[in-house]
Design a protein around this ligand. Structure first.
Ligand SMILES: CC(C)(COP(=O)(O)OP(=O)(O)OC[C@H]1O[C@@H](n2cnc3c(N)ncnc32)[C@H](O)[C@@H]1OP(=O)(O)O)[C@@H](O)C(=O)NCCC(=O)NCCS
Length: 171
């Protein structure tokens, strides 16, 4: 872990990030979502983990709406190269990302993910916070939120919506 550094994405990371997501997920859907968001979404937080010159991990955050409520950020995708997994790199990316979002006064972070992984960062069931997915029926335990600003989220409930780039890439 000593040689791994976390930094913001740079313009020359694009090709390596495509390869990273394709290797981590075993398909190109997530790589395409990242490319679409980079082109169409101005307000991204994109952090990479680098082992020297090699990109070995990535986390992306993009805006999420909840009806008339404040705009939060969605965590997706998160990926670490298979041979670098289980060394804390994914956790470091999530922690750095959450710190960056806190400093931007982001009110909440939403994600669809494995319920065995994300609660360690404080994520809870979104349904317990009155949030529902625009996707309709999703496994309740996989649809998670981390409230960063409880005052801003007081009384906020409704349907959350990720950027359209996610739906377009899944079609
Ligand atoms: C999920 C992922 C980013 C985690 O990265 P990582 O660097 O291995 O994560 P860390 O080393 O910080 O944490 C490892 C922990 O995550 C857990 N974990 C990793 N992938 C998991 C999964 N799919 N389901 C449940 N737990 C998982 C491990 O069990 C381990 O838990 P432990 O510390 O209790 O043993 C990485 O496994 C990955 O890229 N997977 C393929 C892509 C993917 O599924 N992304 C997430 C979509 S929600």
């Amino acid at each position: 872990m000593a040689m791994i550094s976390i930094r913001e994405e740079r313009s020359d990371d694009v090709a390596a990030l495509r390869d990273l997501h394709t290797a981590a997920f075993g398909r190109s859907v997530e790589a395409e979502i990242v490319d679409r968001l980079r082109q169409g979404c101005p307000d991204l937080v994109s952090l990479v983990a680098a082992d020297g010159d090699r990109i070995v991990g990535h986390v992306l955050f993009s805006p999420v709406t909840v009806d008339a409520g404040p705009v939060g950020m969605g965590l997706a995708p998160l990926a670490v190269l298979p041979e670098y997994q289980r060394r804390g790199i994914g956790s470091a990316l999530v922690e750095h990302g959450l710190a960056a979002l806190r400093s931007r006064d982001c009110p909440f972070v939403l994600l669809y993910g494995h319920p065995g992984y994300y609660p360690r960062f404080g994520f809870e069931r979104a349904s317990a916070h009155g949030l529902a997915s625009h996707l309709g029926e999703v496994p309740d335990e996989a649809f998670m939120v981390l409230v960063l600003d409880a005052d801003a989220m007081a009384g906020v409930a409704g349907v959350t919506r990720l950027r359209a780039e996610f739906d377009e890439s899944m079609e």
